[in-house]
Design a protein around this ligand. Structure first.
Ligand code: IMP
Length: 430
């Protein structure tokens, strides 16, 4: 197995950063294939904690090439801030490469994101307001600006000015908003893009050459399967494709060359933003999980909605992504609860439903059917280095995940530190 994708199996925030970082050490290249700085990864290395939004967590391994693929939408200002954040901490970004086909987020995308959300009122999506949706919209509308365009300054500026004028018309006429300052944006962003240029290359060639050489490549998904534009809880989702199917489109890898998909499953469910959430807990247990798990957004700081593990969702996710392996995170956070619940099916109009519905109206009517499990103590997980030594009840919980999805749980995470990752099967072995 040389090419692996690691992705969120739920609504994002499953704890991908740590596992990605662990696998990055074993790979030659780490590639992001979708999203932008709406993502947020926290990585702990030794006593240091790092928060990343855009750059793959593989950046901490200076020998690895880190790629921001064509499927991304990149805010140059955020990227430069992140590069500075890393270099200030002594971490080199010389190993970073940006796809010449990636799209550029500009201030009008962010302003439109904000105005659209405001106009939607109570029906707002709850976006991160990073301009992600509007930038992807421009890509589909074929008016977006790409990284390769910055090498042709004159035409780039012309198109940028035209876009600003068009967007200002929308901002003023449709949203009654204040127009953006054309000259300021041009000056500021042309400067940022000049600084970024040195990282921009044809990453598709780089990637496929590397695969042909037999190198190990890790694709790092952001967000999660249920936030996928096609297979998530539309319209309460992001505008990209976090699923394994997004890897080829978002990086240029030959789709037949992807060897495996690791789904990261948090031991309970969380979501940020709006939309139906069948296993959501509106009680003290939900609050306790949020507090104990520090379930507040890395990017926005918003409290995350918390609930029990949803097996219907996991089975759907395993099928859509073709998961070959699961990594369960946050078993420690569930430590200390007497009883735990896993949703094994939905009850809908008196019938048991096992497939995740497309319609949100249907999903909102689904009532979870729960199986109850005895809990375990967090202390019983201290200093464990082998999966076999986990408390019996935790193992039973994990076995239920395997039974519901038909996929092996190969990793169990019991804390934020690298040492708190119990590996049952090594990845990237031949
Ligand atoms: P957008 O990606 O900013 O357009 O936001 C669309 C939806 O995806 C909102 O519900 C966000 O809260 C959610 N979202 C975006 N990025 C993440 C993430 O990294 N983790 C969890 N949810 C996310």
């Amino acid at each position: 197995m040389n090419t692996l994708v690691i992705l969120g199996a739920q609504w994002g925030d499953e704890g991908k950063g740590k596992i990605t970082d662990y696998l990055a050490e074993k790979s030659d290249m780490v590639v992001r294939y979708q999203g932008g700085d709406n993502a947020g990864h926290t990585v702990e290395i030794g006593d240091n904690q790092y928060k990343l939004h855009l750059i793959p967590s593989g950046i901490f391994n200076k020998d690895k090439i880190c790629i921001l693929g064509n499927g991304l939408v990149i805010n140059p200002k955020s990227l430069l801030d992140e590069i500075k954040y890393l270099t200030d901490r002594g971490i080199s970004t010389d190993n970073l490469r940006i796809s010449d086909r990636a799209h550029i987020i500009l201030p009008y995308h962010i302003e439109l994101d904000r105005l659209q959300e405001e106009k939607k009122g109570k029906n707002k999506i709850g976006t991160t307001v990073k301009g992600i949706g509007p930038c992807y919209k421009d890509k589909v509308e074929r008016v977006g600006l790409r990284m390769c365009d910055i090498f042709y300054k004159e035409t780039f500026e012309e198109r940028l000015r035209e876009n600003i004028r068009n967007k200002n018309e929308i901002i003023e006429k449709l949203y009654n908003g204040k127009p953006l300052d054309e000259d300021n944006i041009v000056k500021e962003y042309m400067g940022y893009l000049d600084e970024i240029k040195k990282y921009v290359v044809d990453t598709t060639a780089l990637l496929n050459d590397s695969i042909e050489k037999g190198n190990k490549i890790l694709f790092e998904g952001a967000q999660g399967t249920l936030l996928d534009l096609d297979f998530g809880t539309y319209p309460y989702l992001t505008s990209s494709h976090p699923i394994s199917g997004g890897v080829s489109i978002g990086s240029g890898i030959n789709p037949l060359k992807l060897d495996g998909a690791i789904g990261i499953v948090k031991a309970y469910t969380t979501r940020v933003g709006r939309g139906p959430f069948p296993t959501e807990l509106h009680d003290k247990t939900g609050d306790a999980i949020r507090e104990k798990g520090h379930e507040f957004g890395t990017t926005t700081g918003r409290p995350r909605r918390c609930g029990w593990l949803d097996g219907v969702m996991l089975r759907y996710s395993a099928r859509i992504n073709g998961l070959t392996s699961i990594a369960v995170t946050r078993l420690d956070t569930l430590g200390g609860f007497d009883k735990l619940k896993i949703c094994t099916g939905y009850e809908l109009d008196g019938k048991v439903v096992k497939d995740f519905p497309a319609s949100l109206e249907t999903l909102a009517k689904c009532k979870p059917i729960y199986e109850e499990f005895d809990g375990w103590k967090e202390e019983d997980m201290k200093d464990i280095t082998k999966y076999e030594d986990l408390p019996e009840n935790a193992k039973k919980y994990v076995e239920k995940i395997e039974e519901m999805t038909g996929v092996n749980v190969d990793v169990a995470s019991i804390g934020p530190k690298r040492s708190e990752t119990l590996i049952r099967t090594e990845f990237f072995s031949s």
